[in-house]
Design a protein around this ligand. Structure first.
Ligand SMILES: Cc1cc2nc3c(=O)[nH]c(=O)nc-3n(C[C@H](O)[C@H](O)[C@H](O)COP(=O)(O)O)c2cc1C
Length: 274
């Protein structure tokens, strides 16, 4: 399964950039695995680092090197990208094998609570991204302005139809650039109450859920009869785990299929609500 690294240019706990990058992860099709690459604990780039700091940098370089593509989401501070993002890019631009960013298909987005969408930060980011060798994909002009109005109280992205189509196009371009088309690939949509698997326009299956106080309760998993026997329900459950992991949610399996899934997959039980 191809992996996409999600990097948000913010170290704030409550961050719109982090929030949008989690949601982009949920837009990836079923045969792609989103992975948050945190920049929060990186030291400042320098030739004089402690052993702990060196290990932190090495772990970050390994994470960047291990993914097949990237989504970089930057907020804007004083019309540029935040220092923490520039710092992270600098750290992974040097390794024994050169720049870890080199040749990575990358989507760049900017977010802003203002109407301009962080245009200055986006330009800044693209300039540096090119220098360190990222392969910047189209559309390269994605500016999400007044971002606070695009996410609901559960942090789920609810942009207007045009914005969502634009983001889906961007994600499609990323998956094409990364390659590895799986014959059983399904597109995924997330709304306030449902995770939906789509084959073109056809709804293949869905998960009804509720979200409250950091708990994701799985209410019902359904698969269209024509798609049964192809492991779709298991794929939907796997995406529920990804949802929980990206958004930091604990899981309550209420329906019998979800309960049986956790019986069969002991390693997933760490995600269960205590
Ligand atoms: C010192 C400072 C400068 C800022 N400069 C800009 C700016 O130039 N353009 C902009 O759109 N927002 C600006 N903002 C607003 C931030 O982009 C906003 O707080 C954003 O939510 C921070 O990103 P995060 O939520 O991902 O942490 C600024 C905020 C601060 C504190």
């Amino acid at each position: 399964m191809k992996k996409i690294g999600l990097i948000a240019g913010s170290i704030q706990t409550e961050s719109y950039a982090k929030n949008i990058s989690q949601n982009l992860g949920m837009l990836l099709p079923s045969d792609f695995l989103p992975e948050i690459i945190k920049i929060d604990d990186l030291p400042l780039f320098s030739d004089h680092l402690s052993l702990d700091d060196i290990e932190e940098c090495e772990a970050f370089r390994r994470s960047v090197s291990s993914v097949d593509g990237l989504c970089l989401v930057t907020p804007e501070i004083n019309h540029g990208m935040p220092g923490c993002l520039k710092n992270a890019i600098d750290i992974a631009s040097v390794s024994d094998n050169g720049s870890c960013w080199s040749g990575k298909p990358t989507l760049t987005l900017s977010v802003s609570t203002g109407p301009m969408g962080g245009l200055g930060a986006s330009r800044d980011l693209k300039q540096v991204a090119l220098t360190v060798g990222m392969e910047i994909l189209q559309p390269s002009e994605i500016y999400l302005g007044t971002v606070q109005k695009m996410v609901n109280q559960n942090d789920i992205l609810q942009g207007d139809a045009m914005t969502m189509d634009f983001l889906r196009l961007a994600i499609t371009n990323l998956t094409k650039a990364v390659g590895g088309l799986d014959a059983s690939r399904f597109a995924i949509q997330l709304n306030e109450k449902q995770l939906i698997f789509l084959d073109g326009e056809v709804t293949v299956g869905s998960c009804d859920f509720s979200l409250q106080n950091g708990m994701l309760t799985i209410l019902k998993i359904q698969v269209k009869p024509a798609y049964r026997g192809r492991g779709v329900a298991s794929q939907i459950m796997t995406r529920c785990l990804v949802f929980g992991s990206l958004f930091g949610l604990e899981i309550i399996p209420q329906c019998s299929y979800a309960q049986a899934f956790f019986e069969k997959h002991p390693s997933a039980r760490k995600m269960l609500a205590q």
